[in-house]
Design a protein around this ligand. Structure first.
Ligand code: NAP
Length: 930
């Protein structure tokens, strides 16, 4: 057969597919819903039973948060059982941060020793390359845990609590990796220049000083001594006084750590049962006993784990947690998903084949705390995870025994529990596996992006509850930098939309009567939660919308500010009291919430366009249904979760995500119970919605498209104008309603301005928003990218000249290079149409009148920017511009404390400032006759 894919083959594939009704059905289903939902085995799910015959735990789970410290957590979770008992406490935690500090320092030393040892080898040598790939991982093995406790002791959590970096290790690891890789460069070049071992170790010691400093900055200083006293569960007071970490470990570690050995099930042909193994360069404390494990049959692993649990002791174990796993149900079962039937393809591989072909490795360590034994054999296992208590059974998972055999690799048990011949086998000389062997892997840094997306809610938020859409329909969310799907969210039907409005209507009276201070405090708490979770929210936003992380963080700061601002406005809603001119009556004016609101928001600022509406509505006492853009629903869903956590009562805020936007929204707009529609989006859709809202004579706010002129007068400070232009054009990659769309520059300085702007635009780094140093991400979707490309083509065809950029880079995702166009005539489409991309066309004017006339020559009227050093000119031009906002010598106008909004086809209504809350308040007048 040919090496390439032949036409006949392709035809055959397509024909086979179309001819098979089952494939077509599968396609119908999987194009609308997650393949996991389709493949989820109903029999397994309905058969879920979490009870076990032998249950050890009666404590709360821990939370490793965004770190790969599962092996340390699992180890400490094992030790805390005896410690809690000895201390007379119900719940007790050792400091995970303390152990992590020493692990990272010891690991750095271990790694640098390996770098010295391999310094003679080429940098492409597989071992050297492997070492350089992972200088500062979070992961580790049982023996490494024991080595840390032995050398550094332990402290209670209060003596060295968690820090931001211990709970989210990636920045710390980034700093450590950088310092260590640089050290590797220096050590290798000094070795090549002939430095001896003593000189290299001198340098290593200096590097370790830096590592110690980085760790102390991120994690705090580990205590050498601390005062230990406590009240036990019967409120009895105890005091040990001043104590060292070693003394604390001696007093409260009740298990004989040195007696534990690691046994694994590694069924690869190359791995002999009854043989010990170790992995090259794996370890932390240099000089401690190496990482060694004994290979056994899986039934030995199983029965030793069962024996330990029925004997009253939890068991530390390692597995590949990502296989056949359901997060919400907290369940592992080997047959949980039947992907083979969905694809009509045999996808099965045995455990050894998976190991050989990189389909599996040990990714996670946990603790067995229970087992269900039937006729002497385990049926299922109870697992203490370290992912917090929100998912599964308060953080405890169920593992059916089918999964144990397939995906569990390792346990730590007491040596004397092993049969005599295996105890002898433990003393065999370990075979050294290469550094990259999958049995050496345990909990590298978890995939942060996947975790952040996974943590975001994906249902409809109605009446305070998360629920699926009617019929389970879902819509796909894509990452615009790869055009790949990252998540699916509920795709609401008309009935779902109505249910959301029902909930908002029901919650209305109680919410309107809630004290303003309470409403304000909820907003304030939400502001704080958003600020705390900035990094995850920014990543989530970047993944769904594309802009660089720093831009997402800036939007979140801006968006959160609306909550802070309106938390303060909530208590300043007031009325008036006056005496009628005739003196006979008194006039009372009061402000009352408008009532249930519908809020429709766009994709370009997925969070801030929501908070600008939600903040004042909550402050005013309105309830609401929010519909985020279907391209970027995740940020809004995450925001709903935060508001619920901040204490917003059920039904006040409801969020519906849908593909069938018009069909779901129109009945709500026409529903007589709705009192207000507030929309941010395109003028075209805005016009349609105003028509629909005429029927109910709704209060309406419209934040619509823009076509901002950026005027640079001859007397302007050109450098300052270029700075302003970069902001006005490139904030949000040009995808902003406030983006400068037309640069109107006095003819005497236009060429210089265009060159300077091109110089700046040309240095911007284009790339995936998650990458370090990227300034410009992709556009949100192909349609948007194609539209930008079309506008540039048209401008050039009309006589404009490309100074920089002017094309789409050849790569996946919807990228477009930052572009400056000069000499563009007014007839070009860019003069009239909103570009919504990183393209700056420069036009020229001769005098002030022409500048103002050109600026106003558009149906839009959102914002204009004016650069001049002449105050009179600035004010007179600002007065003549037909826009809702003007930026004088500044390239940004958005500010939560100012009224944002446009005139003409840019809409009406104002968001932010003291005006913002008025949009959600009715004025009632009461006349009182004395
Ligand atoms: P869009 O297409 O008008 O969409 C905005 C929102 O309206 C989305 O949630 C969209 O839902 C929804 N929508 C679309 N058709 C609808 C219909 N028939 N009935 C009810 N809702 C409907 O605008 P966009 O492309 O997302 O956003 C870009 C536009 O927003 C630009 O013109 C920009 O200038 C403007 N914008 C204005 C401001 C401002 O404050 N003035 C701020 C930001 C953006 P789907 O996503 O499901 O289609």
């Amino acid at each position: 057969m040919d090496r390439g894919l032949s036409g006949a083959e392709l035809e055959g594939f397509a024909k086979d597919f179309t001819a098979n009704p089952t494939y077509r059905l599968a396609q119908n289903a999987v194009t609308r819903t997650s393949v996991d939902d389709l493949a989820l085995d109903r029999g397994v799910v309905t058969g879920i039973d979490h009870s076990v015959s032998h249950l050890l735990d009666d404590w709360a789970v821990t939370d490793q948060k965004k770190s790969g410290r599962c092996w340390l957590f699992a180890g400490l979770n094992l030790l805390r059982v005896g410690a809690a008992e000895r201390l007379g406490l119900k719940d007790f935690e050792f400091s995970q941060n303390y152990v992590m500090f020493w692990d990272k320092l010891e690991k750095a030393n271990h790694w640098l020793e390996a770098i010295i040892e391999t310094a003679e080898r080429h940098v492409d040598d597989r071992t050297v390359a492997h070492l350089l790939t992972m200088p500062a991982e979070d992961g580790g093995q049982w023996n490494m845990f024991v080595a840390l406790v032995r050398k550094h002791g332990l402290v209670p959590k209060v003596a060295m609590p968690e820090t931001q970096s211990s709970s989210e290790t990636y920045r710390l690891n980034r700093a450590l990796s950088q310092a260590l890789r640089r050290a590797a460069r220096d050590l290798r070049s000094r070795a090549a220049a002939g430095d001896d071992a003593a000189e290299l170790r001198e340098l290593k010691s200096q590097v370790l000083g830096v590592v110690h400093r980085i760790l102390s900055i991120h994690l705090g200083t580990p205590p050498e001594r601390f005062v230990w006293q406590w009240n036990d569960k019967d409120r009895k007071f105890h005091r040990d006084g001043e104590i060292t970490p070693q003394e604390f470990a001696q007093s409260y570690v009740t298990l004989p750590l040195d007696d534990y050995v690691c046994i694994v099930h590694d069924p690869r042909e190359t791995s002999r049962v009854g043989q010990t193994y170790t992995v090259e360069h794996l370890g932390n404390v240099v000089g401690a006993p190496p990482v060694v494990y004994l290979n056994v049959e899986v039934d030995v692993l199983r029965s030793l784990a069962q024996q330990a649990i029925t004997g009253g002791e939890p068991v530390w174990f390692g597995c590949d947690t990502e296989k056949m796993s359901h997060m919400e149900l907290g369940l592992w079962d080997a047959g949980l998903y039947d992907y083979g039937s969905v694809y009509d393809a045999d996808l099965t591989m045995s455990k050894d084949e998976r190991l050989d072909h990189h389909e599996t490795l040990m990714t996670h360590a946990m603790l067995f705390t229970g087992v269900d034994v039937v006729d002497g054999a385990p049926r299922r296992w109870r697992v203490e995870n370290s992912w917090g208590g929100e998912k599964a059974d308060k953080g405890f998972w169920t593992m059916n025994d089918s999964w144990f055999g397939e995906h569990v690799f390792e346990i730590a048990v007491r040596r004397d529990a092993l049969p005599a011949e295996l105890q002898d086998a433990l003393d065999t000389e370990p075979i050294v596996l290469p550094a990259w062997d999958p049995m050496g892997a345990l909990a590298g840094l978890d995939d942060h992006e996947a975790k952040v997306v996974h943590a975001a809610p994906t249902g409809l938020f109605i009446g305070g509850e998360w629920r699926p859409a009617e019929g389970g329909r879902r819509l796909v969310v894509e990452d615009p930098s790869t055009a790949e799907a990252i998540a699916e969210v509920a795709d609401a039907s008309v009935a779902d939309g109505r249910a959301a409005l029902d909930a908002a209507v029901d919650a209305g009276p109680a919410w309107a009567a809630t004290p303003p201070r309470d409403r304000g405090e909820i907003l304030r708490r939400a502001f704080e939660l958003i600020t705390e979770r900035m990094d995850d929210l920014a990543l989530l936003m970047t993944l769904e919308m594309g802009k660089p992380l720093k831009e997402s963080a800036a939007e979140i700061t801006y968006g959160a500010e609306f909550f802070r601002w309106f938390s303060e406005e909530a208590v300043r809603i007031s009325g008036r009291y006056s005496v009628a001119p005739n003196g006979a009556t008194r006039l009372l004016t009061m402000k009352q919430p408008v009532g249930p609101c519908l809020m429709i928001t766009p994709w370009n600022f997925p969070l801030a366009m929501g908070t600008r509406k939600i903040g004042p509505a909550i402050a005013a006492g309105c309830t609401m249904v929010v519909k985020p853009a279907s391209l970027t629903p995740l940020s809004m869903l995450a925001l709903a979760d935060i508001l619920a956590e901040a204490g917003l009562p059920p039904g006040v805020l409801n969020v519906v995500t849908t593909h069938s936007t018009g069909a779901v929204m129109e009945p709500l707009i026409r529903d007589p119970r709705l009192r207000k529609l507030t929309f941010t989006g395109s003028t075209e859709v805005g016009r349609r919605l105003v028509e629909q809202s005429a029927e109910g004579l709704l209060r309406v706010s419209m934040e619509l498209g823009g076509n901002a002129p950026f005027l640079v007068f001859a007397d302007a400070d050109v450098d300052a104008a270029v700075d302003g232009a970069m902001l006005a054009k490139m904030r949000n990659g040009g995808e902003a309603c406030t983006a400068a769309n037309r640069f109107l520059v006095h003819e005497s300085i236009a060429a210089g301005f265009a060159d300077k702007l091109a110089g700046r635009m040309g240095t911007l780094r284009v790339g995936r928003g998650t990458e370090e140093g990227v300034d410009v991400g992709p556009l949100v979707e192909q349609k948007q990218r194609d539209k930008v490309a079309e506008l540039v083509t048209d401008a050039v065809a009309s006589g404009g000249e490309v100074v920089v950029g002017g094309s789409a880079p050849d790569r996946a995702g919807w990228f477009y290079s930052p572009t400056v166009l000069n000499g563009v005539p007014q007839s070009a489409r860019v003069f009239r149409e909103e570009i919504f991309g990183p393209v700056a066309p420069v036009f020229t004017f001769a005098d002030d009148d022409q500048a103002v006339a050109m600026a106003n020559d558009t149906e839009f009227g959102l914002v204009a920017y004016v650069f001049t050093r002449d105050v009179s000119r600035a004010i007179s031009v600002a007065e003549r511009l037909e826009t809702g906002m003007v930026g004088l010598n500044q390239g940004i106008v958005s500010n939560p404390a100012a009224p944002f909004g446009g005139v003409k086809a840019s809409g009406f209504g104002r968001e932010g400032g003291s005006e913002g809350i008025e949009e959600y308040l009715e004025t009632k007048y009461v006349g009182l006759k004395l």
